[in-house]
Design a binder for this molecule. Structure first.
Ligand SMILES: [Zn+2]
Length: 214
């Protein structure tokens, strides 16, 4: 395995996209696609000699999906949770919450619906999907046990949690999902959130001020 993980903060509010590439296999997978990402990804793919095999979408908020339609037009298969179907197909329904307010929001159709417990094989690695609603109905995490890495979208941040005041949000759902579906991952799992720096499951269990691990 020669897995490389690049982090690309992109778009107006610096949403993290993650490119996982394996130059030996010549394949790569992208997690989320904020606005202004395509050129950075293309440069990295060219450097590594990799083709993009999948785009995993953690959730349907506009700042995570601004460039998804561009990848979809190239035939990159899209993965997401059905609870965010409306946000994927009609992201302009969140226009009132978007910054800048006139940002162009283009919808798309997901090719592969995933749900809690779905198992994917990507880059020759197992990837487990876990449903972590509460920030929005369809937030999922993508967990790669061999890489000890979980891409969690906006469910959990280093020392923080996702907003629960947006449409479809629920603090009690988010609290339960973090306890049952993130804090149950091995403590040394690296948590890669949709904004800000990485953390680990163990650090958040010990120190997260919003959802304790007790
Ligand atoms: Zn979000």
């Amino acid at each position: 395995m020669s897995l490389k993980v690049r982090i690309f903060p992109a778009g107006y509010i610096q949403t993290n996209a993650f490119l996982l590439s394996d130059p030996e296999r010549g394949e790569a997978v992208l997690v989320d696609a904020p606005h202004d990402l395509v050129d950075m990804v293309d440069k990295a793919l060219a450097e590594d000699g990799c083709a993009l095999k999948a785009l995993l979408i953690t959730h349907g908020h506009y700042d995570h999906i601004g460039d998804v339609a561009k990848f979809a037009r190239r035939g990159v298969p899209l993965y997401g949770h059905k609870a965010d179907k409306t946000l994927f197909e009609n992201p302009a329904c969140m226009q009132a919450y978007a910054y800048p307010p006139d940002i162009d929001l283009e919808g798309f159709e997901v090719d592969h619906w995933v749900e809690d417990g779905s198992r994917l094989e990507l880059l020759g690695l197992e990837c487990e999907v876990r449903h972590v609603p509460g920030h929005c109905p369809g937030n999922v995490l993508f967990y790669f046990p061999a890489a000890k890495a979980a891409f969690v979208g906006d469910a959990l941040f280093a020392g923080g949690i996702g907003r629960t005041d947006l449409p479809g949000g629920s603090f009690s759902d988010l609290e339960r999902a973090i306890r049952e579906r993130i804090y149950t991952l091995p403590a040394d799992t690296v948590v890669l959130p949709g904004h800000g720096p990485n953390t680990t499951v163990g650090d958040e269990i010990s120190f997260n001020p919003y959802v304790s691990g007790e």
